[in-house]
Design a protein around this ligand. Structure first.
Ligand code: AQP
Length: 330
């Protein structure tokens, strides 16, 4: 069976953007792939995190994976820092990656521009992501559009590493991964600024719906989403970015096509459309939140994570050993 790997940073509570762009695919793909879903807490510390918050968000994110339908019997769920191979492989990746490639990354440029003091880790975030992916000999990486550039970097690395360290007759040491994003919803925009990506660490809480928002809060946030003054419900990303974003969310959360939704609301106003959209979002999140609450109270979660770390360590250390041998450490 083919492998998939993906991760989410515990840098806050995931938003419906994270869900639509990536996490929703986790449950859909776990039946056909050998799946590894990681809580990437080492990535989260590339920007400042409060230790108590980080600890809480890490556990909470693992519970959310399961609450949204990841089955620990089928998929391996684990915390990145509990598998030391990630940091070890990342060092080798860093040493084999030209600085210029990292300085060109859009996410680095965006995030460093927002910060007074930039950590070296923010720059070397992509090599850590390369390590995450290659350690599991990953075939497919379900992530949102914003991670596409990092995946390209991963593919370049794999090619370079295999070329350099593998004799031509041998099979490549590392597997070449493919990018996998949903057709629609690879980039959900902020509810307050439809030209900006929805982000869980956005200071403006009204810009996103988090997976743990209360139904009343969800209703309020969606009702106050920025649209336009035309009053017409149609999909036009250029001229109607706000409404188009809401249509994408509606479509992804309901499984209905955008055309179908546009037809239904042809004569309706924004008020009715937003109200129904909020109901759709709530109908998906409410049962998930109930499962989440139960999990957080039980010790089951700790057992699942201990088992996940064990399984992940087994696979990751095998690849790490191959890399170390190739490089000359063994
Ligand atoms: N707005 C988005 N639309 C669709 N997919 C998205 N993803 C992120 N934002 C959107 C995808 O969600 C997965 C997890 O993201 P991450 O935690 O690794 O970090 P990120 O990409 O930096 O996401 P955020 O929400 O913007 O986090 P912060 O605020 O901490 O930087 C990834 O697959 C990502 O593509």
């Amino acid at each position: 069976t083919k492998r998939i790997f993906s991760g989410v940073q515990p840098s806050g509570t995931p938003t419906i953007g994270n869900y639509i762009g990536a996490m929703k695919q986790f449950t859909e793909l776990q039946n056909d792939f050998d799946a590894y879903y990681c809580v990437v807490n080492e990535h989260a510390i590339t920007v400042a995190q409060d230790p108590a918050e980080l600890r809480k968000n890490t556990r909470s994110l693992a519970a959310l994976y399961i609450a949204l339908g990841v089955d620990p019997e089928k998929a391996t769920i684990f915390i990145q820092s509990q598998v030391p191979a990630h940091a070890q492989a990342a060092w080798m990746v860093q040493c084999l990656t030209p600085l210029g490639e990292l300085e060109r990354m859009t996410q680095f440029k965006d995030k460093s521009a927002k910060q007074g003091s930039v950590s070296a880790g923010l720059l070397t975030y992509p090599p850590l992501m390369v390590a995450d992916i290659i350690l599991y000999q990953t075939d497919l990486v379900p992530v949102g559009d914003d991670q596409k550039q990092h995946l390209e970097l991963t593919r370049n690395f794999v090619e370079r590493f295999n070329n350099r360290f593998t004799g031509k007759k041998e099979e490549g040491i590392l597997t070449m991964p493919e990018f996998y994003a949903p057709k629609e919803g690879g980039r959900i925009m902020s509810l307050q600024d439809p030209l900006k990506k929805m982000s869980k660490s956005d200071e403006n809480q009204k810009g996103f719906v988090s997976l743990l928002d209360d139904p009343k809060v969800i209703m309020k946030k969606i009702k106050s989403a920025v649209t336009d003054s035309s009053g017409e419900i149609s999909y036009d990303k250029e001229n109607k970015p706000g409404v188009s974003n809401l249509l994408t969310i509606y479509s992804s959360m309901s499984g209905r096509s955008i055309d179908d939704i546009v037809n239904e609301y042809a004569d309706a106003g924004y008020g009715k459309f937003k109200q129904d959209l909020a109901d759709v979002v709530i109908s998906v999140l409410e049962p998930m939140q109930a499962r989440y609450d139960k999990l957080m109270e039980s010790s089951e979660l700790d057992d699942i994570l201990a088992d996940g770390a064990k399984r992940a360590n087994e696979v990751a250390s095998e690849t790490l050993a191959k890399m170390e041998k190739a490089i000359g450490f063994r």
